[in-house]
Design a protein around this ligand. Sequence first.
Ligand code: PLP
Length: 394
Amino acid sequence: MKINKNFDNLVPNYLFADVAKKTAEFAKANPDKKIIKLGIGDVTLPLAPVVVEAMKKGAEDLAHKETFKGYPDYEGYAFLREAIANYYKGFGVTVSADEIFVSDGAKSDCGNIGDIFDKDNTVLVTDPVYPVYVDSNIMAGRKIVYASSDESNGFAAMPDDSVKADIIYLCSPNNPTGAAYNYEQLKAWVDYANKNDAIILYDSAYEAFITEDLPRSIFAVEGARKCAIEICSLSKTAGFTGTRCGYTIIPKELERDGHNLYSIWYRRQATKFNGVSWPVQCAAAAVFSEEGQKQIKKNIEYYQENARIISSALDELGIYYTGGKNSPYVWLKCPNNMGSWEFFDLLLKEANVVGTPGEGFGENGAGYFRLTSFGDRENTIEAVERLKKLIKSL
Ligand code: PLP
């Protein structure tokens, strides 16, 4: 018996464990100090009332023979896929309900989509990066190349014609850097992918945070239907991190190597996935209703205001950062050329504020730091005041 030895090639990522350990040790040694966490990537506001009502009604349906539901369709119920297609129409993007696959979240889809591609493909990710793209491809034994996101490109890596890649992961607005691509930048990636016969796996998990005139979907870009798959999630859009629902869009005409990608992903899902529960699909559909959109917008605006509070403090301090405007993440350069962990320790010790060291997201994250806007308002304001005081004292 042999196991998949590719697992030996994974680099241990202790980032969040180390953050938690250092924070717990500090809290134990300083029980009188109020620690504020701006490191969390999880939402904190509850589900919108209309979503909860729909979920309750869905649960009630399961209690009666006449309305009971068994296995759902592999690709999700038509009413939810139609609601998603209609949502896209709202920002001017045409996708058909029958190009949408409902899933239990974007992490699963980002990891599982690799099933439809051969091992012998080169994967391109931007650095810093959401670790799932890297680790899932290491597990599959694929070669990975990195495109540099750094200050020279506003932490939004661009394609390099001298690099050959087959599978390209893009995330916009980006986790961890908060940078969001504009139309021209995305068009450059689409042109690169089409020229290289590559596929873009576009993670739009944070599209709902876009405030400026930027594409909310890769399919807003001309040529994308010939080279892109979009993966999205209700986790950050509507607080579904614990409820679990996302979706993947594969244009019906998308083909590579003589195969239709929609068809093979359908086959893959039908083999390994039995769908999303009825109450959750009802709740997800409520997100896209008129009332649902109003209610989730309130929560998003709450986080956006937190992000604005954090960014304006950095503006005041003259510290370089990306994100904050179209993203719940603010990615900043550590003051005085400090290392990420050095700044983490200082911030924890002197300001009792917890953030996330950038180097946990890749080499280019060294010397940078991620703050998130998912905390509550009062704590965000207090943390920012402490951060300002600390940095001014350096
Ligand atoms: N994609 C990105 C870029 C993320 O940051 C996250 C969550 O942090 C996910 C996907 C995961 O989404 P889900 O909760 O739908 O699995």
